[in-house]
Design a binder for this molecule. Sequence first.
Ligand code: MSP
Length: 540
Amino acid sequence: MARPYYVTTPIYYVNDRPHIGHAYSTVAADVVSRYQRLRGNPTYFLTGLDEHGLKIERRAREEQLAPQDFVDRMAAPFRSAWEELDCAHDGFIRTTSAEHRQSVQAIWKMMKDRGDIYLDDYEDWYCVGCESFKTVKELLEGNLCAIHRTPVERIKERSYFFRLSNYTKPLLNHYEAHPDFVQPDARFNEVKSFVKEGLRDLSISRTSFRWGVPVLDDEEHVVYVWLDALTNYVSALGGPAPEGEAPLYDEFWTSAQTITHIVGKDILRFHAVYWPAFLLSAGVRVPSQIWAHGWLTVNGEKMSKSLGNFLPPGPLVEAFGADVLRYYLMREVGFGQDGDFSHRNLMARYNGELANGLGNLMNRIVASIVKRNLDGRVPSAGLDDLEDADRDLIDTAKAAAHEAAQHLEALAFHRALDTTWELVSAANKYVDSTEPWRLAKQGAKQRLEQVCYTVLETLRWLSIMLFPVMPNKCNELRGQIGMPPLLPTEGVDLWPSAWGGLRPGIETRAATPLFPRFDEAQERSILERLAVDSPGSDAK
Ligand code: MSP
C-alpha cells in the first residue's frame, strides 16, 4: 500500500549565506526522505528560499541591487550547499516564482471568502529580524527583540487582519485530537499554553514597502511575509488546487499519509499556530507533524553577525566529506535538544566511531581475513551450524534494525545511530572473541567461513541501516562486500529483516579504507585549515 510521505525544511532567508544551522535542518530532512524511500514509500522532499520581506529588501538596498537581482544572486550558494551535502531534494521553491505568488493569492482568497480577513488600522512593535509583530510583554528592556537583541520598530499603518482569535478553540481541538502534532512534547506544551491564553487577530499585510506578493484586489498592500512563506509548502506542489488539477498536491498534501515540517524551535509558533489556523480557515488539510529541533552553538559560542562566526558547511565537507559531516550532525545532538557543534568532537567521533568502529570492522574482515584466507569471496554458511556467539550477533542485528527503524520513524536520529553503533561494537567484539585469524591458522575452515559470513552479512545490514545518514559511504561499503549500490524503489521495502541476503560465492572487493584514521599531525592541519585553535584549547 502506498503511503506518501512529505517532508520539508523551513525556507531560508536569503539575506545571509547558508550556515551549519541551515545545514542541520536540511540534512535531517534528507535523512527522513532517504529512510522513507528505503521503506518503499513515495516520498517528496522540499526545501527552498524565503525571498520576500523587509529584511531582504533592506539587504538588497545595502548591496545596491534590485531585490530580484539580489535574491537571484543569493539563491546559488544555497543550491550548491545542498548539492555538496548530498541533500537530494525533489523540489526547491523560491517565493519569488510566479506559481508561488498565485498560490499565496489563492489561499488569501479562500481565507477571505470564509470571512476571516478584514481591513483595520494597526499600531504595534515589529522586529525586522524575526519579520514578526511583538507584544510589549515579549520585549526586553529598552524595546529590544528577545531573539535578536536589536531595537524593534513602531509600526502604524492600515493593514488587513486575519481573525486568528476565532481559531483559539479549533486549534486547541486540533491539538487534542492529534497528540503528536508538535514534537518534542515539551515544545508542544509551550504552544498549547500560548494558545490557551487566547489569540489576537494577526496583521497580514503591509503598505510601507513593496517587496512581497501584492494583495488580491488591493495592490497597495503586500502580503505579510510569514503568510507568504508558509504557503510555500503547498505552492511547491501546485496547490491549493481542486482535485485532479495538481497531481503532486493531491498525492503529497491532500492524501499524504504523513506531512512532516522540520523547523527550528525559534519558528515553531508560526508553524504550529498560524499555519494550521490559515489552513483551517482556507478549508485545506493540516500537516501531520511539526518537528522543532534545537539550536546549535559553534565551539561553545552562539553564531552571530557581530562575532562573525557563521559556520558555512562547505569547508567542512571539503575536509571530512559530506557523509562524515552528516553523521556528526545527526549523532552529536539529540534531535529536539540544543547542542554544540565542536570541531574537536567531530574529529573524535570520526576517529573513534567511524575509523576505529565501522572502518576497522570492515578492514579486519574484508581487507584482511576474507582476502587472505577465503580467496576474497563470500563464504557459504549454513544456519544449522550456528554457535551461540553467531546467534547472539544475529539477534543483536535484528533487534538493532527493528529499533533503529522505530527511531528513524520518530526522527530520533541520534538514537537510531546509538542503536546502530551497538551493533557495530557487538560485531567488533564478536571478531575479537571468535578470533578468525586463529581459526585460519588452525585450518578450521568451516568455522572460519561461518564467522566471516556472519560479519559480512552484518556489514550488509549496516550498509542499509546507515544509508539514510551516509549514502555514499554505504554504497562504497556495499561495493567492497560485493553488493550493488542501494536503489530505493517505490513499493519495495529494503529495510533488513531476513538474515542471509548475502549470496555465497560473490567476490568482495577490498579497496581503500572507508574511514582512514587521522593521526595527530593530520588532525592539527585540518583544524588549522578550518581556523580552529590547536588541540587542547577550544576555539572561543
Ligand atoms: N524564512 C524563515 C522560515 C520560513 S519557513 C516557512 C526563517 N529563515 S532562517 O533562514 O532565518 O532560518 C531557517 C532555519 O534555520 C530555522 O529553522 C532556524 O531555526 C534555523 N537555524 C538558524 N540558526 C540555527 C542554529 N544556530 N542552529 C540550528 N538551527 C538554526 O526563519
